[in-house]
Structures are given as C-alpha cells and as structure tokens.
Design a protein around this ligand. Structure first.
Ligand code: PEP
Ligand code: MN
Length: 351
C-alpha cells in the first residue's frame, strides 16, 4: 500500500468518526426528549425491556465483521451514556439545587435572617410543658439577643407511653410567650391536617426526623406561606433529604431550612452520629440554609458546645439546641437539655 492510499483511508476514517459522532449526538437528543416525556409521566428512565428489543433489532441487522457480542457491547455503552444524560437533566431540574438557583436562599423569620453567613440560633425546650417553663427559657433567649424560640407541642415519641406533648394547648402557650418576648416560634407539626390551624400560632413549621419522608406532610407544608425547618431522617441519605425538601419547594414554598440532626450508625457513644460533612455538601448542592441540631445529634450535654463550634466552622447557617429551666425534671430529653446557666455559657463561648 502506498503512502497515498494510507492517507486516503485515514481520511475516510476521520470522516466516518465525525459521522458517528454526529449520529450518537442526534441519538442523545432524542433520548433526552424521551427522558423529558418519561419524567412528566413519572415513568422510570431505565427500561430494560425496551433496551433488549433495541439490541435484538441491531444484532438482527449486523452483517459483521463485528461479532454480535461486540456490537451489543458498543451499543450498550451508548445506551448507558444516554441514560446518564437523562439522569443529569433530572438532577439539574431539582428546584432546591444550586444549578437551578446559584444564589443563597435567605429565610427571614420575624427579622432574623437565616442564611446570610452569620449563624442563627433556635433555642428552647424539647417540649412545651407549661407557661412558666417556656417563659423562663424565652427570657434567657431574649437576654442573649436571639430571636427564635423552639418548643415541641406535638412530640413524636418512640414509645406511645411517653409524654406526647400538649398539642394545640402547647402551641397557644408558645405563642403567648413568644408575643410577650417578641420572639419567633419554631414548632413541630406531625399531621398535615394540623398545619392550617398551626400557622396561626407558629412562625416556622418544623418537620421532624421521623417525618422526613411523610410525603403528605411535606406537600401540605409546601402549600402554605410559612417557613419550614426540615430535619434529616434518622437513616436518610443526603439525596433522600434533598428530595424531601424538593417535595416542599415543588408545591411553591421556597422558605426551607435544612437541619442536620445526626444519623443512625453503629456508634453508641452518642445518641446519633452527627454527619458534619453533610453541611458543606448540602451548602454546595442546594441554595437552602443549613442548620445543625446539636442536641439530638449528640444526645450529650458535654458535646453541645464542641459540635456547635464544628457546625459553625464548617459553614452551617445556624445551630439548634434544647434549653430547659430544670433539665432533670424535663418530660423529654432530660439527658441533653441545657439549663439556663449552661445555655448562657454556651452562647458566650460561641460569640
Ligand atoms: C425535636 O427537634 O424536637 C425533635 C424531635 O428532633 P428530631 O425530629 O430531629 O428527632
Ligand atoms: Mn428533644
């Protein structure tokens, strides 16, 4: 073969390469359109039956020199790449993602801006027990110059025999105290049917770890004009957590605060394992503010301050912790709530 002939063949190959490139990209565009339709219809993107049929048609027409198995392998790669393309599109489409909205979402609650870089604090008792109990904590919270008060009225307890919270009565106490001290109220709602009533009493709807995938609750919280504090589920992956937030935002409510509160691992030294790396991951992947609940993640009073410091150092937008006037007699979470003096010291160290 002369050099000229070799050049000629190489040119043909170059042209064919570009033709193939053109064709696989055209194919990708069509696959993309199919992906859009499937997404709209809620269909699974991967369809093995359809893939098998396509491979059969291709090998039926294969006249070589490639073996059927080689042709299958090559096309399988093309299918896989198209599927990945569809999945990327899907990820890009998440409303909570930074790809969708590069700038930070700031959630404003009674003048407190959560997500502006300065840490916010949500402090208060685990559960509302009485007016006096909440008022004592509110006084201390106010004295620290903080704006947000937490307290559980509907308590999702592991045992049905444990204190379940005061319900609506608890919300009324919270509202009364919060109004007296000009604080914003954060309280957990466990039942979608309670949201309508609860919005008159609270400033932030908390969705607890045990309800992170209560999709009806997420949809209900997404349908009202009230900020939502969404806690990470006990065993939820970051992707599941982000998707739970997507349920809320997809209903029109963008005022969401994500809260890392520890996940269940084999470790017994702490109540849960604080997944501190979740904070920068969530900050990178979503535009939502991210807080860390140091009480439920550690379950240990001696770890509240160091983990709060870690949370702020790693970029959290705030910290949640529980404070009780007399933790020893608290009706829930007695082991990890701070008394007022410890709380004051905690705040001093963080400021
Ligand atoms: C709470 O914050 O009151 C609570 C019950 O926390 P979690 O849902 O994270 O367990
Ligand atoms: Mn608690």
């Amino acid at each position: 073969m002369s050099n000229e002939e070799l050049d000629q063949l190489r040119q043909e190959l170059d042209t064919l390469n570009l033709d193939i490139l053109d064709l696989i990209n055209k194919r990708a565009e069509i696959a993309h359109q199919i992906g859009q339709v499937k997404k709209k219809q809620g269909m699974n993107r991967f369809d093995p039956v359809r893939e098998r049929a396509m491979l059969d048609t291709i090998t039926d027409h294969n006249e070589g020199p490639f073996e059927h198995s080689t042709v299958e392998k090559l096309f399988k790669e093309i299918f896989k790449a198209s599927l990945e393309l569809q999945e990327d599109d899907h990820r890009k489409a998440l409303l909570v993602s930074r790809k969708k909205k590069p700038e930070d979402t700031v959630v404003t609650v009674r003048g407190e801006e959560i997500g502006i870089g300065d840490p916010s604090f949500i402090m208060g008792p685990c559960a509302v027990e009485s007016y006096e109990q909440v008022a004592k904590v509110a006084e201390a919270v106010k004295a620290q110059g903080l704006k947000l008060l937490r307290g559980g009225a509907f308590k999702p307890r592991s045992s049905p025999y444990d204190f379940q919270g005061l319900g609506l009565e608890g919300l009324k106490i919270l509202k009364q105290v919060a109004d007296e001290y000009d604080l914003g109220v954060v309280s957990e709602i466990v039942n979608p049917a309670d949201i309508e009533t609860a919005v008159d009493y609270i400033d932030v709807i908390q969705i607890g770890a045990r309800n992170m995938q209560n999709f009806e609750l997420l949809k209900a919280a997404g349908s009202v004009d009230k900020p939502v504090l969404l806690k990470r589920g006990l065993s939820a992956t970051i992707s599941e957590f982000v998707n739970a937030a997507e349920y809320i935002i997809s209903r029109g409510n963008e005022n969401i605060i994500l809260c890392e509160r520890g996940i269940r691992t084999y470790e017994k030294a702490t109540r849960n394992t604080l997944d501190i790396s979740a904070v920068p991951i969530l900050k990178q992947e979503t535009h939502l503010p991210v807080m860390v609940d140091v009480t439920h993640s550690t379950g240990r009073r001696d770890l509240l301050l160091p983990t709060a410091k870690a949370a702020i150092a790693v970029g959290a937008d705030g910290v949640m912790a529980e404070v009780h006037p007399d933790p020893a007699v608290a009706l829930s979470d007695a082991a990890q709530q701070m008394d007022i003096e410890t709380f004051n010291q905690f705040m001093k160290e963080l400021k």
